[in-house]
Design a protein around this ligand. Structure first.
Ligand code: TYD
Ligand code: MG
Length: 451
């Protein structure tokens, strides 16, 4: 037998090194290296064989028939996957603990089994009784969901051979282990080998496999980034613990676009789809209050109206306090400097707080104009007037720059009954939507006239 080679892996990003390092050169994490086995060479070969790549063919001879898909029974989930679950695909669902990954996948099991698919739910974290308790909250199960509480992957594979399911859920990949791999469950080598084995299963037997992956506090799927390279699709389930909305985002998808997001709400009876996110996000927003502005952001290809709030008040200290919730703190500071310099507002002597209502996080430049308007509105104590939506990027010279998908944003504003849209002048010419008043502005100085 060949001598087994040990290598060191970064537990955060999967960086591989022949010797131990204090700091990872890949992700700069400290003290993150752990010993593990070098990935077996022949197992890599196995994967490529099972993908049917052993022969050279001409691109023109390859038939481009659509992958075979079936519906998960949850339209938001189908949308994120690019139009349904692809047969024989390996999908990683990542997210913080308690965000609802197990609930989401159990709901997928519920719907697909009701549609006649054979489903197997493998849990390495919970007993069948605990799963049953969760299932009871989700309502009546019309189909039969097979359960297995097991962490030994070899035993799981045997069971899969007997059961021959169409869909397998592995909850979670970090709890799985292969006895022949000499490392603890959750370590980089175990997670890698387990994923590789499941990849072979998915491609070889044409079984769809969903993997649940835990996310570390740094926000990456625990252990290996390498895991993300191995699977077909990576979905992240995110949201704030304080808010009940959840967003499912594709960060990698070999079978569809990564632009789609699905919006859910955690309720008493499991996850509910939010079909109109704008309405949901604007629920309870005040009308005609200074400092409150509605904007339209894009979540993938989907426009979404949200409320931006600002509170500007005289400071009581030498150093003014600034805070931003849901958006970038440095960006808020930058925009305040632009307002000070280009509009002549004396923001330097003011405390300022900016908040995106609903607990959502936004990092889009199209949000700039709304932040500026909210700040100016609060500073002057003059309300924006309800019925107005604004969006646009603000540059350092105070110019308002164009943003993408302006049409979709205006259409969304109109759909929700808004009367006026303030947008970058360069975007205005492209808008041909009747029944809504469109105001194009090209400089931040024009905000004076709007308030
Ligand atoms: P869970 O799916 O166990 O999270 P994960 O697998 O990502 O760790 O979801 C846990 C949370 O969801 C828990 O705090 C309870 C809540 N929850 C509800 O609010 N309603 C429900 O119907 C269910 C099943 C869970
Ligand atoms: Mg769970």
């Amino acid at each position: 037998m060949a001598k087994e080679k040990t290598v060191y892996f970064c537990k955060e990003c999967g960086f591989e090194s022949p010797k131990w390092l204090g700091q990872c050169p890949g992700c700069k994490a400290w003290n993150s290296f752990a010993e593990g086995l070098a990935p077996a060479k022949e197992s890599k070969g196995k994967v490529s064989r099972s993908l049917g790549l052993s022969e050279v063919t001409s691109l023109s001879k390859v038939s481009a028939k659509e992958e075979e898909r079936f519906s998960s029974g949850i339209s938001e989930f189908d949308r994120v996957l690019g139009g349904g679950i692809v047969k024989g695909s390996l999908v990683l669902v990542g997210g913080d603990p308690g965000i609802g990954k197990s609930t989401l996948l159990l709901q997928v099991c519920k719907e697909t089994s009701a549609a006649g698919k054979k489903v197997l739910y493998v849990s390495g974290e919970e007993s069948p009784r605990q799963i049953k308790m969760r299932a009871d909250r989700l309502g009546e199960f019309a189909g039969d969901v097979r359960l297995l509480a097991e962490t030994d992957l070899d035993k799981i594979l045997e069971n899969i051979k007997d059961e021959k399911p169409d869909l397998v859920v592995i909850d979670s990949i970090q709890t799985m282990f292969i006895s022949s791999v000499d490392a603890a469950p959750g370590s980089v080598s175990q997670v890698r080998e387990a994923t590789l084995t499941l990849m072979n299963l998915a491609k070889g037997e044409n079984i769809t496999v969903f993997l649940v992956g835990h996310v570390t506090k740094e926000g990456v799927v625990a252990g290996p980034r390498t895991l993300e390279h191995m699977v077909d699709t990576v979905l992240y389930f995110e949201g704030e613990n304080v808010a009940s909305y959840r967003m499912l985002r594709a960060v990698k998808n070999r079978f569809g676009s990564t632009n789609e997001v699905g919006v859910f709400e955690m309720s008493e009876k499991g996850l509910r789809e939010v079909l109109n996110p704008s309405e949901y996000m604007l629920a309870g927003s005040p009308a005609d209050e200074p400092g409150s502005v509605v904007t339209c952001i894009m979540e993938g290809t989907r426009p979404m109206l949200i409320e931006v709030q600002a509170l500007v008040s005289q400071t009581n200290f030498n150093l003014p306090r600034r805070a931003a919730a849901g958006t970038d703190y440095n960006r808020v500071n930058l925009l305040m400097a632009v307002l000070e310099k280009r509009m002549g507002l004396s923001m330097g002597a003011c405390d300022a707080y900016v908040n995106i209502a609903g607990g959502i996080k936004v990092a889009e430049p199209g949000l700039d104009l709304a932040i500026c308007l909210a700040l100016v509105s609060s500073y002057k104590n003059r309300a924006m007037g309800s019925g107005t939506v604004c969006f646009g990027e603000v540059g350092l010279t105070g110019e308002i720059r164009g943003v993408g998908m302006a049409m979709a944003r205006v259409a969304e504003a109109k759909k929700l009954g808004f009367k006026t849209v303030i947008l970058p002048a360069v975007n205005k010419s492209g808008i041909n939507i009747k029944g809504i008043n469109v105001i194009g502005i090209s400089s931040i100085r024009e905000l004076n006239d709007l308030l």
